[in-house]
Design a protein around this ligand. Structure first.
Ligand SMILES: [Fe+2]
Ligand SMILES: [Fe+2]
Length: 194
């Protein structure tokens, strides 16, 4: 599956700009995580898989938002199958909803854990940007995120436990993980409208 096909699939099925931006953010962070985590055997095609998994993980979100617990990922997985997407992409999309969707499997591989953990983190970073006076990612520092991290009432819906899995599962300390994600999102701030 190419990035172009993936983007078309996303746009055909997701019209809300904010939802799309969440997908772009997760795509960018997945690319950066791939380069950090798989630093010994990187290939362009492998990085592309990580990015596409990020881009498409919520592609059926609009379609399933009223019954997410029983439906989310069901449709996107069907589309991926029909398009003959790589198994790694399929499995990562399936496992990102672990704990939220009744039938979602526990993540196992690096790409699956990366998607599961960074999905939640991008939401926290957006929330920190939105309380800055200029609402810009450029104004967000790693320390400002870590401060908010330690204040559980801030963006209380963000599951910090889920993000903390980066350390045991991906061998990346939390602060470094957050820094990678912040830098990746700042790199596409225009697309994110932040
Ligand atoms: Fe999701
Ligand atoms: Fe998501």
């Amino acid at each position: 599956m190419t990035r172009e096909q993936a983007l078309k699939l996303l746009h055909d099925n997701m019209k809300n700009q904010n939802l799309r931006r969440h997908c772009y953010a997760v795509e960018a962070v997945m690319g950066a995580l791939y380069r950090r985590i798989e630093d010994h055997h990187q290939t362009r095609q492998e990085e592309e898989k990580w990015r596409i998994a990020g881009l498409l993980h919520d592609a059926d979100y609009e379609l399933t938002k009223d019954n997410a617990k029983s439906e989310h990922t069901k449709h996107v997985l069907k589309w991926l199958k029909a398009m003959d997407a790589e198994p790694d992409i399929f499995d990562a999309v399936a496992a990102h909803a672990w704990g939220y969707v009744d039938f979602a499997p526990e993540p196992k591989t690096k790409i699956e854990w990366a998607l599961y953990t960074c999905d939640e983190l991008t939401g926290l970073i957006v929330a920190v940007a939105l309380v800055k006076p200029d609402k810009k990612l450029a104004s967000v520092t790693l320390d400002s995120i870590m401060k908010k991290w330690n204040s559980p009432s801030f963006a209380a819906g963000v599951n910090r436990k889920q993000i903390e899995e980066c350390e045991p599962r991906l061998g990346t300390p939390l602060k470094e993980f957050v820094g990678i994600a912040l830098f990746a999102m700042q790199g596409i701030s225009g697309e994110l409208g932040l």
